[in-house]
Design a protein around this ligand. Structure first.
Ligand SMILES: [Zn+2]
Length: 73
């Protein structure tokens, strides 16, 4: 049995870096309507292309799939 948790829908994102000179990650912040940061996602530079490829794959399913989005929903 899984417990449903409240789901935060971000209003916008902010993409940047952190002050740590040794950190090689892109930081993505999920913001609410008041620009308050609710969550952070970090993507290592070596993973950026894979993330973009995944985004493009999902986009193509949506664009090509119409109402069903090409997924199992
Ligand atoms: Zn960092």
């Amino acid at each position: 049995m899984t417990m449903e948790r409240p789901f935060f829908n971000a209003h916008s994102i902010a993409i940047g870096t952190c002050p740590n000179p040794a950190c090689r990650a892109i930081h993505v912040h999920l913001l609410d309507q008041d620009d308050y940061v609710h969550a952070q996602l970090t993507i290592g530079c070596e993973n950026v292309e894979d993330v973009i490829a995944d985004l493009r794959t999902v986009r193509d399913r949506i664009v090509m799939g119409g109402e069903k989005k090409g997924l199992d929903n």
